[in-house]
Design a protein around this ligand. Structure first.
Ligand code: GLA
Ligand code: ZN
Length: 694
């Protein structure tokens, strides 16, 4: 079983990136050079027009598509494709001058000046009309163009606007959600600090100079910002869908960007794409960054239920906005590029193709440097990736099919961020999710990321760290999952609040109490200096407690470990509850050692969970797999600066997928491979085998 390619016009992995020929229209020869270099780099898909509004409509109503016609025609003539952007990410100066309402108003009520980008109101009828008009013209002009592959709507939607139009839209959104002011007051618990509203017009968005304590309001504002951003996106997409119904639409996401619930947004795009700028070679260590990046790729694949996504931006070299813009060490460019493919990307795209001469991104990494030739280390790295991707057509459209789901939920994170009274200094939702993820990544166990609204039933293990908010119906679906034989893992700080951020009455973890078989009575917070003060002995080892631990009572659950100190010595720290055919674990404490690794290591073995390679992997090495159900592609990746060896499992025949130019350099044995696989520093090898697993 395979997913179709993003567009049947191009059944290959995409390679290319953000290209701004509009910046170079006055410089002779640049376009010719760009096309010559694209061929050398094996580029087949270029993103154009992303910030080109002032080039496309230099004055209101005067359009100039000539330069873009030439770009599109030459792409088509040379067998390449356009990821064609709509230019709403930055508006021209004339528009801001003529229609100030298109500019954003900040949370303190200040209308922003013209400048920057992504600085527009999502509600403004003028901006919506202008973007619709521009998009219709683009769609009508290029509807039949052979180069048109994919629509790239706007760029990295983010931020919020507090203008009068947006505030009114927020009130309308609330009216639709609650029906009456009474229902809103109840949901938001506004009797607190005399906040009850007697008229809709009194409701204002959160602001540093206004409301910040009504958690239900803050949560609903964030939900509204997601809804309004999607509304703006839909307004842009409407003419595209109408005029070019066969051309898929995407917009580029930003990992775990806190401001938008991407699970909701993903329902509106045809294909998910995202921009990835990891801090390789930073003090965090490449293995940790590798795991984080693996998680982010898995998240993006999971946003549309496992469908391949696109890596829309990555840097070929440095990222200019990093505090320490570090060069990628030899090997890292290929490794980080193929890592995206390993987790389900059908592309490796860059920001940027050619460095601009001026302004803030002139020193950002690019395929083509100011020197202008192919004789650079970075260009060779990029060409190497291009050659590798060109040899991996068979990977296009393959899936991943994990047995493990990790629950990551934006609304949960928003609610947790607002909570005051748990360890305020260390909420660490993302970092905690990652710790749990790493236990699987380091064993090569494929993982999907699901929200509370996800379908759990196709998995064998569901891990839900810090599930503080439990929305209606979620506990019931978790119960059904466990009753049917699934294994569920929850932790401290779970089941505290419902969808309006009101605490559950009658004992935490609220609706999860039955399936977990515990009552979470109190939460203790630990100073950093307290570290190691309380310990938990489990699985033959002792683990220190860090930041937080909950004092629970085992009801139907069995205690697998207890605290060893303080007034709660002897109380359960880890429990397991049989529920129907399955089991639910509760980890009551955060730890600073490798508890997660040991705990999940045991679970992976006990449940016999699918691993990309069924062997022990050296530290810093992971294996990830894609499959069409017949052939598996196993990506073995070394996120360390040392040579590593991986003993391949016996009894399975492995072949090796060619990696273009790289192959000669890294691979010592000809296909088929067996025995011990050697990985160069930051090395990656792609193995093939007959499908194993589901
Ligand atoms: C973002 C933007 C790009 C560019 C890069 C630089 O991802 O979408 O336009 O600014 O950052 O890293
Ligand atoms: Zn606004």
């Amino acid at each position: 079983m395979r997913y179709p390619p993003v567009n049947p016009k191009c059944p290959h992995l995409l390679h290319g990136g953000d290209w701004n020929p509009d910046q170079w229209r006055d410089v002779p020869g640049i376009l010719d050079e760009d096309f010559r270099l694209m061929d050398l780099a094996h580029a087949n898909a270029m993103s154009v027009g992303i910030f080109a509004w002032s080039a496309l409509e230099p004055e209101e109503g005067r359009y100039d598509f000539g330069w873009l016609d030439e770009v599109m025609d030459r792409l088509a003539k040379t067998g390449k494709f356009a990821v064609l952007a709509t230019p709403s990410g930055a508006r021209p100066a004339w528009m801001a001058q003529t229609y100030p309402e298109v500019l954003r108003v900040d949370a303190e009520g200040r209308r922003q000046h013209f400048g920057e980008r992504h600085n527009h109101c999502f509600t403004s009828p003028v901006y919506r009309a202008k973007t619709r008009e521009m998009n219709r013209r683009l769609a009508e002009r290029y509807r039949a163009h052979p180069a048109l592959l994919l629509w790239h709507v706007s760029n990295e939607f983010n931020g919020e606007c507090h203008c009068p139009l947006c505030r009114e839209a927020f009130r309308d959104w609330l009216k639709a959600r609650y029906g009456s002011l009474g229902a809103l007051n109840a949901a938001w618990w506004t009797s607190f600090w005399s906040h009850a509203y007697s008229d809709w017009s009194q409701v204002e968005p959160p602001s540093p100079i206004g409301e910040n304590t009504v958690h239900g309001l803050k949560l609903d504002w964030k939900r509204f910002v997601t809804a309004q951003t999607i509304g703006f996106f839909e307004n842009e997409a409407a003419p595209l869908r109408e005029v070019t119904p066969d051309v898929p639409i995407t917009t580029n996401f930003m990992g775990t960007f806190p401001g938008l619930d991407y699970f909701r947004f993903a329902e509106h795009v045809d294909v998910v794409s995202w921009d990835n700028y990891p801090f390789w070679h930073s003090p965090a260590g490449d293995a940790a960054i590798g795991a984080l990046t693996g998680f982010l790729h898995d998240l993006n694949r999971s946003l549309k239920g496992g469908k391949p996504f696109l890596l829309m931006e990555s840097t070929p070299s440095v990222t200019n906005w990093h505090g320490v813009p570090k060069l990628k060490r030899p090997g890292m460019h290929l490794l980080s590029s193929l890592q995206a493919v390993a987790h389900g990307s059908d592309s490796v795209q860059y920001f940027q193709w050619r460095k601009s001469r001026g302004s803030s991104e002139k020193l950002h990494g690019a395929v083509v440097d100011h020197v202008g030739t192919e004789d650079t280390r970075v260009f060779r790295d990029v060409a190497e990736v291009g050659a590798a991707l060109a040899g991996l057509d068979a990977v296009v459209g393959t899936g991943v099919r994990p047995e493990v789901a990790l629950l990551y939920d934006w609304e949960n994170r928003w609610a947790l961020d607002d909570a005051q009274g748990l360890n305020n200094a260390h909420k660490d939702y993302d970092a905690t999710i990652l710790k749990h993820y790493e236990a699987f990544w380091s064993r090569g166990v494929p993982v999907d990321v699901v929200s509370e609204d996800g379908d759990f039933s196709t998995y064998r293990l569901l891990v839900a760290p810090m599930l503080y908010m439990v929305r209606p119906g979620v506990a019931e679906r978790i119960e059904a999952f466990v009753a049917a034989g699934g294994t569920f893992v929850a932790t401290y700080w779970s089941g505290f609040v419902g969808e309006s951020d009101l605490c559950f009455l009658g004992g935490f973890p609220g609706p999860l109490r039955r399936v977990l078989g515990i009552w979470d009575e109190e939460s203790d917070a630990l100073y950093d200096e307290d570290e190691g003060h309380v310990k938990v002995a489990a699985m033959g080892k002792t683990y220190a407690v860090k930041h937080a631990c909950d004092l629970i009572r085992a009801e139907t659950a069995e205690a697998l470990a207890t605290y060893d100190a303080d007034f709660y010595a002897g109380r359960p720290a880890l429990t397991a509850n049989r529920f129907g055919q399955g089991r639910a674990y509760f980890i009551a404490f955060r730890n600073n050692q490798d508890f997660e690794s040991d705990f999940y290591g045991d679970l992976v073995a006990e449940l016999g969970l699918l691993r990309a390679l069924d062997v022990e992997l050296p530290a810093g090495v992971t294996a990830q797999m894609r499959t069409d159900g017949e052939t598996d592609f196993v990506f073995v990746m070394n996120f360390t600066a040392e040579v590593k060896a991986v003993a391949l499992p016996e009894g399975t025949r492995y072949g090796e997928a060619p990696l273009g130019a790289v192959r000669a350099a890294v691979v010592d044995a000809a296909s088929p491979v067996a025995g011990t696989l050697s990985l160069a520093p930051y090395g990656v090898r792609v193995l093939t085998r007959a499908h194993a697993g589901r």
